[in-house]
Design a protein around this ligand. Structure first.
Ligand SMILES: [Zn+2]
Length: 71
């Protein structure tokens, strides 16, 4: 799907996706619920936050694994 890259926890659940805006800045679109990898791009997901800066301790809703994100 159109250049969106999945952002996964260690167990390959998709926590959100990363895409660049028109200025080339990477943004993280964080999902309310993590997805099983095979559902990425195939199901409607609710985005709860769009993050441009550093964020710490985003936890996976499926397994509880935490990740940090920085552009
Ligand atoms: Zn997970």
């Amino acid at each position: 799907m159109n250049g969106n890259k999945p952002w996964r926890c260690k167990n390959n659940h998709v926590l959100g996706h990363v895409c660049r805006n028109s200025s080339g800045i990477q943004r993280l679109f964080l999902y309310r619920k993590a997805l099983e990898e095979e559902l990425f791009g195939k199901t409607e997901t609710e985005v709860i936050a769009v993050i441009e800066g550093y964020v710490t301790d985003v936890s996976c809703s499926l397994c509880g694994e935490k990740r940090k994100w920085f552009p």
